[in-house]
Design a protein around this ligand. Sequence first.
Ligand code: AMP
Ligand code: GLY
Length: 351
Amino acid sequence: MKVLILGSGGREHALAHRLLKDDTCTSVTVVPGNPGMSKDGIAVADVSLEDFDILSEFIFKQSFDFVFVGPEDPLEKGIVNDLELKGIKVVGPTREAAQLESSKAFAKSFMSQFHIPTSKFKIYTSSDSAIAGLKEFVEGQVVVKVSSLAGGKGVVVAENHAQAQKAIEDFLNNSSCQIKTDKIILEERLYGQEISAFALYDENGFINLGYARDYKRVFDNDKGANTGGMGTFSSDSLVSKELENTINREVFQKVFDGMRELGTPFKGILFAGLMLNGRSINVIEFNVRLGDPETQSLLPRLKGDLTQTLFNQTHNKLNHSLSLDPKAAVHVVMCSKHYPSIDGTALDLGH
Ligand code: AMP
Ligand code: GLY
């Protein structure tokens, strides 16, 4: 089978690497890919993800058997709607179903409507109403979030109400703030251990793919600024069988049922960011794709023919043919000295 992966990060590199191990996979191309992939013998092609017509021409010319969408931006823009209309098989949700990630307001309201465990929240459309709403939350236990996609930069776990107020004003009123949103969510802070849980859905059901834990702070001992992820591990020890049953029943099954009921069935990969505390679970967020860097530690553990499973998924014939290697996997991120600086500071490669 010929597979096309869309994206350019470590996640897409790890997926390409993993699929190339399958007997059924004859070739993988990554668009646009990155130079590290080429060095690793993975084919890349410089095709833009912005123009779906040019992209689909490329797909027809190369006769790929299916396309896997890595990042969230093209999903939010409706790449799956577009390619499927042209008869191309794609792993990923439609624009409507991708709202589980692209609109946190949608995701929280969805969870509330379908009784999926999540923290108490309120949605606001103006800074005045959000600031007034702060008094309904205990000081030091409120999280301020933008509703729109923000690449991980739209969340402030506020130490006090003054910090929460500043975050609200920055997000909604400060024109130099890079993040744009029309809605703010205030929610109760959760405590416990975070975990990333993954499932693959087709129109008939889902399979649980497993778990990883992502470490977001830049320095050792969970110190420093939040990043896109400094490292991750995946191991059977993360979730017991009992907890897995709860996650499948209370989260993945309810998403399957709820999205069907709304007329926007979910298919593709669902990534639930969970807070575990003893036996209790709460959903912090949904993403509609694989995690980066979680994928780099989860995929090497997945045994079975993943290429065939993904192909089956695109034909709504998903089956339980994958299992997890009991061995644990660890992934460490190397970064430049100033990461996660985004202010144009020169990269110091001596780090
Ligand atoms: P999100 O983009 O919603 O996943 O939030 C990014 C990070 O902020 C999460 O991975 C958590 O570490 C933290 N966070 C978000 N919401 C909460 C919450 N309600 N309680 C505690 N931490 C949170
Ligand atoms: N590692 C978190 C994410 O992919 O959103």
